[in-house]
Structure formats: C-alpha cells, structure tokens
Ligand binder design. Sequence first.
Ligand code: DLL
Length: 433
Amino acid sequence: MIYNPQAEQADQHTREAQQLKNLKNLLKKVYSKVPFYKEKFDKAGVKPEDLKTLSDLKYFPFTTKSDLRDTYPLGLAAVPKEEIVEIHCSSGTTGIPVVDAYTRKDLDTWSECMARTYCAAGATSADVLQNAYGYGLFTGGVGAHYGGNKLGMTVIPISSGNTERQINVMRDFGSSVLTCTPSYALYIAEVLKKMNVDRDSLKLRIGCLGAEPWSDNMRREIEEKLKIKAYDIYGLTEITGPGVASECECQSGLHINEDFFYPEIINSETGEVLPYGERGELVFTTLTKEGTPLIRYRTRDITYLYREKCSCGRTTVKMHRLFGRVDDMLIIKGVNVFPAQIEQLLMQIKGLTPNYQIILTRGENHLDDMEIQVEVDEDIFSDETRKLETLKNYIFNSVKSKIGIYAKIKLVEPRSISRSEGKAKRVIDKRVI
Ligand code: DLL
C-alpha cells in the first residue's frame, strides 16, 4: 500500500517542477527572514534569483553542524516564536545541542512522512504500534508516535526500556508493529527468550527500525529471532527526525521523501556534487520547512542515490542504506575502516552474537590499535578452549584479509557487553590525542 500515491508515485517531471517552485520560495524566504542565510549567501555572492533550475542549487553554500551550534538556540528560525509549536534537540557530543523547531505545518509534514514509512513497511490502520523509541527531546519517540496516529494505528507509547514490560505489553495488547533501534530490537528478542515467552503468542509482524547503523546480516538476525520483517528507517533531528527516508517491501534501499527533503550527494572533501550511483556525503535541503529550514545541510552520512523502477510502485529517489558517517571513519595504521564493515563481517561468522564493541587505543609509537570484543554464543562459550582459540584466529584472519587491518580479537562471554535501549555505543575511543 502507498500512503500518498500522488506524491510517492508522481512522474519525475511533475515532481521536479514542484521541487523547483518550493526551492525558489524557500531561498527567498530564508534570505529575507534569517540573517544567517543572508550573510552566508552574500558572502558566497549568490542571490535567491540565481536559482533557475534545480541543479543551480550547487552554487549555494552548505550549512553545517557547527553553523547550527553557532546559532543555538533559535538563530535559524524563519518564523516568529509564536508560530513554533514544538522543539526537539539532539544531544551530540560537544555539549551544544542541535535544535529543530517545528510549526504546525511542519508537524503535519513529519506525521505524513512517518505514516508513509509505516505504510511502506506494510502496516495499516488495523495494526497496533509498539513505540519503543525514547520519548523526549529525541525525535524518535514523538515522530514515530505522530506517524502512527496519522495512519490510524493503535499507538502504544511505551518508550524505551523496561524490557520485560515491553514483552508483556506486546503480548497483552497484540502489538503487531515494533519501532525502536535495531540494537534494542535484538535485546527484546534476547529477553523474550529468557522469559520463555512463546513467540507464537505474539502478533508481532513488522519492525520499523533505525536511528543507528545496522547491517543486512543484523537485519536477518532480528528477522529470524523475532519472526518479523525488519525495515530500515532513516532520519535526523536537523531535517525533521525519523521519516526522511524508509524502506518499502523490497527491503533494498530507502525511498527518500523528496517532495519535502531534496537530496544531493557530495564529495565531502571538495564539496562537488556527485552523480547518481557515486558514494559520498548526503546533503539535504528542506523544501517546505517553516520553523528551521536548512539549505544544503551536510549530514556527514555516507551513501549513494539511485533512481530505479521499484517494484513497489514508488518513483521517489532511493538511497542505499548508510555505509557510515564521515566522522565515524577510523584510520587504523593508515587504513580507513568504518565500524559498519566490521559488523557486516562479524555477523557472517557462525558462533558470534550481534553484540560487539570496538575499542581504540593509542600505543607508545603513536599509532592506533583496535581491539574487537565480541560475544560468542552460549554453546561456543562452553566449548573447549581450543575451539575458542580457532574461532579467534579465524576472526583475526578475516579482518586482516577483508578489511586490511590487524585487530586484536577478544571473545567475551554471552551477555557481558552492555545492552542499549536506544542507540548502541559500538566504538569506545580511549585514545589520548
Ligand atoms: O536518530 C532520528 C531517527 C529516529 C531516525 C528514529 C530513525 C528512527 P538523530 O538522533 O539526530 O536522529 O541522529 C541522526 O543517526 O545522521 C545517522 O548518522 C544516524 N541514523 C539515523 N537513522 C539511521 C539508519 C535520529 N537507518 C543520525 N541507519 C543520522 C544508520 C542512522 N544510521
């Protein structure tokens, strides 16, 4: 089912005409209403009228996370305070949060995008949504809630945590759609097993999972353990929260809601716009956003875009599931590695669980060392030491040959790596720089 066929199945000509119209309006608006943008455009020597075609957007300057921090809290707002009806923030690592301010219309757009997300995963108004994203300033909880309401599902706003209660509620209310981070979905599966709850007593059939990187192998693991179909959902606070892009029944790439969020891929070193199919940094312009519109916002997320005739019938541009973030990239003795590559590799090895951590340290020679700690299955753990040693060597060799680095491997006992109810912390950086 397609939630909004007119938008999601539009022909490209009609869609681009609408995008261009919205983009022209947006540029005019931010130039006249937000001093930050006026200054930025003036400095770059561009005026809103210079945009004649969509591809002229490349002449306009980027907005970055540090711009958002410099204008904290509401320096990018394009409407008077009275029109802002809700605010969300993401904590970030530097302490200054990134803010998204929504008008009533922005909330409607957000709800629509999330309704499209659920619909693309096969949910209908007859479903019961267990929303295990954290409620609060984080966009996950509330965004997932609005979309559930919009589609007409029965929404259970349980938030994250208290996993035994999650399972009781799931059983008692017949939750059929679960939305949370992929790592939390796995933890729910683990507790389900521990509580000895018969999976068939649950009605769960769909997982709409995202907010953190996860691999296809981890998806398979979740699908198997929870007996559901698991769909990747993507978004970020700055742009709106969840609902920016999501997978359809094909589970191959995420459809971007490009009538609202105009995507580009750039070379993150040179800023040059890259063609479809080339991997680079994802950049978004919020075509219709009123509260805190963003022009060419650099997400730091790495993917590529492509347009294909998707068998679901949607014509919207697709993005490959994320390969990682520009800032996630680790350089270990000169080799570039993304944590996602390590996860993908670990998940292919029998006997390992999806729970792992990467520990980075800096040796006396000022070179970085990587240790991969991974939990093994219960059966393997109780096996003889020789077998564990063989497994360890196997992982070491796979990492060496497939990724090109020498990582120390530590196999740890089941349930010894702390579980997350939200975004999992995969990399522990102990380097003193
Ligand atoms: O994580 C919004 C969200 C909530 C998305 C619920 C999906 C579901 P932030 O906290 O601002 O917002 O974090 C945004 O998380 O730039 C990505 O690096 C990462 N991320 C989000 N979705 C995915 C995904 C929310 N499906 C940042 N796969 C983004 C990989 C993801 N990474």
